[in-house]
Write a protein that binds this ligand. Structure first.
Ligand code: PGA
Length: 240
């Protein structure tokens, strides 16, 4: 099972202390050999976090990257090589918050290619908006995002998909369990041999329901991942 913490635009150097609780918890955690824990802090914290998690079960990832494999005149951007250089092993791509500010499927595809080529593993986010759900075109949207996002991507073993319905991100609302089971199944049939995670308002309460969905390979956790207690709680309850 994957547990991925997406800190979004939160966190200072002093916030990193909170990680010690999780490191300590993982030391004695019986299921740690079947658990992958990935923290995606803002880029400013990738390096110091990487130093903290040496000898722990935690890996570090970035929240986005530029599509260029080389250096270039692109103010404010960071390419995959640069992220790797400071300790990132993963990168989140296609997050709806970035799609919402103009990232197209084509751009996401270029980023996925560039990231996998440089050896980063990719957490590829897909998901429908509320209006698309109401129009009952979820499957069509997901199919398109998958087809265009993974177009001509060869190294698929380094990709996991996070299904994140946009209407459930940060809202406290999660999909109906049977619906979610069906959607995850649908995605798995499309991509075969790629792990599929769920993301959107995962918290220590609803994890008791979410864990019942047997085809989910893990969770992408935003808000609740900023609180080490909640994050640990989610991990523990998943296996209970
Ligand atoms: P949330 O965010 O858990 O706060 O809903 C999830 C995400 O955006 O990855």
């Amino acid at each position: 099972m994957y547990f991925i913490a997406n800190w979004k635009m939160f966190g200072k150097l002093s916030t990193l202390i909170s990680l010690n609780k999780v490191i300590k918890f993982l030391k004695n955690f019986k299921k740690s050999n079947i658990t992958k824990i990935i923290y995606c802090p803002p880029s400013t914290l990738i390096r110091p976090m990487s130093k903290m998690i040496i000898n722990s079960k935690i890996q570090v990832g970035a929240q986005n990257c530029h599509e260029s494999p080389t250096y270039g005149a692109s103010t404010g951007s960071i390419n995959p090589e640069m992220l790797k250089n400071v300790g990132a092993k993963y990168v989140i791509l296609g997050h709806s918050e970035n799609r919402g500010s103009g990232e197209t499927d084509k751009l996401i595809n270029a980023k996925i290619k560039s990231a996998t080529k440089s050896g980063l593993k990719v957490i590829f986010c897909i998901g429908e908006t509320l209006s698309q759900k109401r129009k009952k075109i979820t499957k069509k949207i997901l199919s398109k995002q998958i087809a265009l996002g993974l177009k001509k991507v060869k190294k698929r073993k380094n990709i996991v998909i996070a299904y994140e319905p946009v209407w459930s991100i940060g809202t406290g609302v999660i999909p109906k369990l049977d619906e979610l089971f069906g959607t995850i199944n649908f995605i798995k049939k499309k991509v075969r041999n790629i792990k599929v995670l769920y993301g959107g308002s995962v918290n220590p309460k609803n994890i008791n329901e979410l864990k019942l969905i047997k085809n989910i390979d893990g969770f992408l956790i935003g808000g609740a991942s900023q609180d080490p207690k909640k994050f640990i709680d989610i991990i523990k309850k998943t296996y209970n």
